[in-house]
Write a protein that binds this ligand. Structure first.
Ligand SMILES: [Zn+2]
Length: 123
């Protein structure tokens, strides 16, 4: 199991989001998380956070599955070594706080199966 994460987001960020997805939030994200915070802001603003029945997914250059304090991206697993949140985790936490995400009435695992199948056909 992952360590309990009662507060993935810093208090300043949580306070800022109460004022909406605007400049104050952007500023706090940039101050607290640098480039990752900035990316997270745009993921949120552009509604790239999707909630499937089984997982939260963030649509970036690829699609990343986020589950609590875990993300399938390389940044999280390699550079951050799973110790600090990547842009996708931050974006999902923000989206949960302000209910700002698209709900998709399907299971993401079904999409993954189809994708892997397609890939196999190509190679
Ligand atoms: Zn990530």
């Amino acid at each position: 199991m992952y360590p309990p994460m009662p507060q993935i987001l810093k208090t300043e960020v949580v306070d800022a989001i109460k004022k909406g997805v605007g400049y104050e939030l952007y500023k706090q994200l940039l101050l607290n998380y640098g480039k990752r915070g900035e990316k997270a802001f745009f993921y949120l603003r552009d509604r790239r956070v999707k909630k499937y029945k089984d997982f939260f997914v963030v649509v970036g250059r690829e699609e990343y599955i986020v589950e609590e304090f875990f993300c399938t991206c390389l940044d999280f697993q390699v550079r951050l070594k799973g110790k600090r949140p990547c842009a996708h985790i931050i974006a999902v936490e923000l989206a949960k706080l302000c209910d700002f995400y698209d709900k998709i009435d399907a299971y993401y695992v079904d999409f993954m199966k189809r994708y892997t199948y397609k890939r196999r056909q190509v190679f």
